[in-house]
Design a protein around this ligand. Structure first.
Ligand SMILES: Nc1ncnc2c1ncn2[C@@H]1O[C@H](COP(=O)(O)OP(=O)(O)OP(=O)(O)O)[C@@H](O)[C@H]1O
Ligand SMILES: [Mg+2]
Length: 319
């Protein structure tokens, strides 16, 4: 995969204070990249450098092949930016808001009507087209803001906390929208301090703390790297079957450290497998059990381990 956002030793200093302290990022084209870190970690500052709003103190940053310092105009054409604040837009209707930003991007008047209809459809705001912007709910404002970033059809979306302050339902809607945009071929680089937002939809993740990247990579690679021990639970009908599963997985499946039979739950027997491997390994265990003709009633990984993985590399994240 090509790298569409790349930074090298990016530094931003405010006086003596170093807000971003040597950040090197690689965001593959087409990825949904979650940029995670606690308050004050340097997420917004990094994004403002990528969007050419703030000049780096030193280091390099390229977006879609263009340097943010040498070719800021080309960078701006390639990106859609959603800031962490919506801003104040009194006396503007929803469609006027989009019309205004489309005009800012030099989209000819004749093309704007269709564009606005399409964008409103995409973010599910067609029915609010003529409402005043400041009357919208926060979730709707976030969706409108997202629509605005798409006006000039950029390849890269840089979204600063797109789900912040939203209720669970609105968060899910934003997540679904991001997945939809990725399907349309956009690269999505978004920040969050909410782990669930990130882990559910991201293909890649970078964790920043105190202005420095503490871990970065594909979700799968990160799991293997940071979460050496995974816990897989196999549910079967009785203890005899559980014994079979246990001896099978203990007979030399790569990555299986241990397995044990747990107390039955709801009349079913369970085997817990302590495993160090990637998702292919998990699938291999499943297949091996199935190939023996053993009936599997449940096969799952304890998802709380994913949070444990984040907690291990960064303390203080809101979970
Ligand atoms: N213009 C500025 N002048 C001085 N310090 C700043 C400025 N902008 C940001 N900072 C400081 O830089 C650090 C990083 O801030 P930044 O806004 O990038 O963090 P963040 O990860 O986006 O946090 P949050 O999750 O709260 O949005 C903070 O300590 C902040 O106070
Ligand atoms: Mg921020």
């Amino acid at each position: 995969m090509d790298t569409i956002i790349e930074t090298k030793d990016l530094i931003k200093r405010y006086g003596k204070f170093q807000a971003v302290n040597g950040v090197s990022l690689e965001v593959p084209a087409g990825s949904i990249y979650g940029f995670v870190g606690p308050n004050g970690a340097g997420k917004t500052t990094t994004m403002r450098m990528l969007t050419t709003l703030t000049r780096p103190t030193s280091g390099e940053a390229r977006v879609a092949g263009h340097s943010v310092v040498q070719e800021p105009r080309a960078v701006r054409r390639a990106i859609g930016y959603m800031p962490d604040e919506f801003g104040v837009y009194d006396d503007m209707r929803v469609w006027e808001y989009l019309d205004f930003f489309a005009a800012c991007y030099d989209i000819p008047e004749g093309n704007r009507k269709k564009l606005i209809e399409d964008l409103l459809e995409l973010v599910d705001l067609t029915h609010r087209r003529d409402d005043m912007v400041d009357k919208l709910s926060r979730g709707m404002k976030q969706r409108l803001s997202l629509a605005r970033t798409l006006a000039h059809d950029p390849a890269v979306l840089i979204l600063d906390e797109p789900a912040s302050g939203l209720d669970p339902r609105a968060r899910v809607e934003i997540r679904e929208l991001l997945v939809e945009l990725a399907r349309m071929g956009k690269t999505i680089f978004f920040s969050s301090h909410i782990l669930a937002d990130v882990s559910e939809i991201c293909t890649h993740i970078g964790i920043i703390e105190g202005g420095q990247i503490v871990a970065q990579g594909s979700m799968n690679g990160m799991r293997a790297q940071l979460m050496p021990h995974r816990e897989i639970m196999v549910t079967v009908k009785d203890n005899e079957t559980a014994e079979k599963v246990k001896s099978l997985v203990n007979s030399g499946i790569q990555g299986v450290v241990n397995s044990e039979i747990l107390e039955p739950k709801g009349g079913r027997s369970r085997v817990r497998i302590d495993f160090t491997g990637d998702d292919d390994g998990v699938a291999a265990i499943n297949q091996k059990i199935a190939a023996e003709g053993i009936m599997i009633l449940g096969f799952s990984e304890e998802t709380k381990d994913l949070e444990a993985m984040f907690m291990r590399v960064t303390k203080g994240l809101v979970t």
